[in-house]
Ligand binder design. Structure first.
Ligand code: COA
Length: 388
């Protein structure tokens, strides 16, 4: 049975920071951010958006009535969860109006979580071919003002419907995964901000990629030539390129050219959004689909997923005959174009605005955020969400 991504969409909040302006404010050469790290804009989430609302906003645009009736498993992958106990997927299930005889859970393993969710969904659909599964990766990446990681922040969510006979891409069963207990990036429960060993994390990402690729090649006899493109998890857009560069020379020059050009196209959306952690790999896939007109049915796309801590995985998918009918190029162009640029001082002010941590009541004016699903405040320790 063919199983894979039937529909896919993303959401990013309505504010962004220009990376050249951020560099200038920090007395850094802008080329370091735009060329050295590879980021032009960084999405910023207002206080009315969190991992629940962004995930729900991403899913809202792709689901129809039939999906709402057939989805019976909702998986939210996030490393910016809003509760230590209740799954954000339960709120999302209600906000979207999914039929009640469903499971709704949250998954965590840094930026790898959505890949874990997809694999769980695939196994579930294999046993229940009539069911559909909603998998969401939704995160706000925060390292803090004037920190080394500041230029690699971002916010957004990707939502995917996993089903039998998918219309976008089948996901094959050639997964190779790898785990090693390392401390390259983590966020202790008492901290608002991630701890990151940036250089070490970069080294480990490459080490994981090489180790997994070698095993994949050995186990499945595949070569770079077999792939139309490889999508990467992108904490910043230079990262995947560093990994790809370590193996690209094993391919003939025309294949190298194709993979490098498709890599570039897969990073366009991340360049304008920044790191969205769990959704990042799948945002690369959306960017590739919507910016590379030459892709064809049956093209094979490789995926490299990496979650610090760390777990990595490589697998591939095959584009389906009508995949172009299910991409949302215009809507996504509009979403990115209609954002408001924040001045650096407005960004700093908004960055410092935090939800109360002492249990007090808090109200947010929903009209300040154009998103259809927003957080309107906290009452009796409960987050208040509405769909406008
Ligand atoms: N023009 C062009 N490039 C420039 C430059 C300039 N003026 N100044 C610096 N650069 C390049 C550097 O050469 C380097 O490129 P390289 O990595 O290809 O050698 C790049 O810009 C970054 O410079 P560096 O000095 O390494 O930056 P940094 O110490 O500020 O660290 C990160 C950058 C990305 C490591 C840091 O922002 C970080 O840790 N981010 C978090 C990453 C993360 O989330 N990891 C975990 C998830 S996988």
């Amino acid at each position: 049975m063919k199983i894979g991504i039937d529909k896919i969409g993303f959401y990013t909040p309505s504010f962004y920071v220009d990376m050249t302006e951020l560099a200038e404010a920090r007395n850094i050469d802008p080329n370091k951010f735009t060329i050295g790290i590879g980021q032009d804009k960084m999405a910023f989430a207002p206080i009315s958006q969190d991992s629940v609302t962004m995930g729900a906003n991403a899913a809202l645009q792709i689901l129809n009535e039939e999906d709402l009736k057939k989805i019976d498993l909702v998986i939210l992958a996030t490393e910016s969860g809003i509760d230590e106990s209740k799954a954000g997927a339960v709120y999302i299930h209600r906000l979207l109006g999914i039929q009640p005889f469903s499971r709704a859970i949250e998954i965590k393993e840094a930026c790898y979580g959505a890949t874990a969710g997809i694999n769980l969904a695939k196994d579930y659909v294999a046993k229940h071919p009539e069911s559909k599964v909603l998998v969401i990766g939704s995160d706000i990446a925060r390292y803090g003002l004037e920190t080394g990681g500041e230029a690699t922040q971002g916010a957004g969510a990707v939502a995917m419907v996993i089903s039998a006979n998918p219309r976008c891409i089948t996901l094959e069963d050639d997964n190779v995964f790898y785990t090693e207990d390392i401390m390259d990036f983590w966020r202790p429960v008492y901290s608002e901000y991630a701890c990151v060993e940036g250089k070490y994390s970069t080294e480990q990402y490459i080490h994981f990629f090489q180790t997994i690729w070698e095993k994949y090649r050995e186990k499945f006899g595949k070569k770079l030539d077999d792939f139309a493109a490889i999508c990467f998890h992108l904490p910043y857009t230079k990262m995947g390129k560093k990994a790809l560069d370590t193996i690209i020379e094993t391919a003939p020059s025309d294949v190298q050219e194709r993979l490098l050009e498709n890599y570039r196209l897969s990073t366009l959306y991340s360049r304008s959004v920044g790191n969205i952690y769990t959704g990042s790999l799948y945002l690369s896939f959306i960017s590739l689909l919507e910016n590379q007109a030459n892709l064809q049915a049956n093209d094979k796309i490789g995926f490299f997923s990496y979650g610090s801590g760390a777990v990595g995985e490589f697998f591939h998918g095959t584009l389906q005959p009508d995949f172009k009918k299910y991409i949302r190029t215009e809507e996504h162009a509009e979403l990115l174009a209609n954002r408001t640029k924040l001045s650096i001082s407005d960004y700093e002010t908004k960055f410092k605005q935090q939800l109360p941590k002492d249990g007090s009541t808090f109200e947010i004016d929903p009209s300040s955020d154009p998103a259809p699903i927003v957080l309107t405040g906290i009452q009796d320790h409960k987050r208040q969400y509405i769909k406008k």
